[in-house]
Design a protein around this ligand. Sequence first.
Ligand code: ACO
Length: 325
Amino acid sequence: MTSYAKISQVAHYAPKQIVHNADLAAMMDTSDEWIASRTGIRQRHIVQDQQTSDLATKVAARLLEKSQLPAEAIDFIIVATITPDSSMPSTAAKVQAAIGAHKAFAYDLSAACSGFVFALATAEKLLASGHYQKGIVIGAEVLSKTVDWADRTTAVLFGDGAGGVLLEASMQPHFLAESLHTDGSRGRSLTSGGQGLHSPFSAKEENDLYLKMDGRAIFEFAIRDVTKSIGQFIRDSQLTTDDIDLFLMHQANYRILDKMAQKLGVPLEKFPANMMEYGNTSAASIPILLSECVEAGKIQLDGSQTILMTGFGGGLTWGSLILKI
Ligand code: ACO
């Protein structure tokens, strides 16, 4: 029997502490006007004492509560993150333990701001295999620990948060098409979390832990390459932009959304945005947006809408899914 996957529940969580642009202007040479006009960002949520697994666990617990499922019903947990608590155990393994999902296997997936889209595409294959019935996919980040707070060119852009979905096996197809890409040759334009060689047998390297970004190169990559890829993907899927009800894009910068919408010839109203409140939360940005759209009644989760989801960022990676949701 053919099996498919569908998103049956959504949830998100953001740390309570809010850092406004004015708070950053008191710490570094920047201003609310510069940040808001260049990026659309007005504030971001920043952890005080929580780790990525704490945020992801809140989301997983909310998903179980909303769907009234016992934790034992979950077959797998994937956490997309570039800011795991540690290399091992994985963030997903910590979530598995915290919610008591004893039957679930769990692992992290690292694809930066495309992480949630890549993880969702992977999870769909697990459910389509017919071996599993229910899985949780979460995007969770604590980017505040990888940002260099002395570098105004990146510190103002990022925030912390988590969002996720419960996926269930379905008799009807809901994942209509996918298009996933990586260009590792351009990876140097966005880096973080470097781990230098530190053994008596190796030449020592400097650690490169902080997030570093060639902002202009990433901006152009998003506007030119990612937008072209979305247009081609829609055509390859024998659809037009009119067939797409909502475009859920990675929330990096409002100007990027605006230019994408213009280039694709789509009204900006079809591009919901929340980077004003959260900043760029990398792998968490799309699931937080999805969850907020459901809360606001823009998405009903009744299979009546067609949405396009696109992540893009470090790797470089970019990827889109078209979903009946
Ligand atoms: N406050 C005030 N001034 C600033 C700040 C700041 N926070 N940051 C930079 N400036 C200054 C610069 O020093 C520069 O000054 P100068 O002209 O005297 O040299 C001036 O502002 C202009 O700097 P630019 O870098 O040219 O500014 P730009 O208009 O390109 O905007 C930005 C920068 C917002 C980063 C933009 O390039 C961008 O959005 N890039 C894409 C980022 C992105 O989408 N990342 C997504 C992927 S992230 C991920 O995958 C984890």
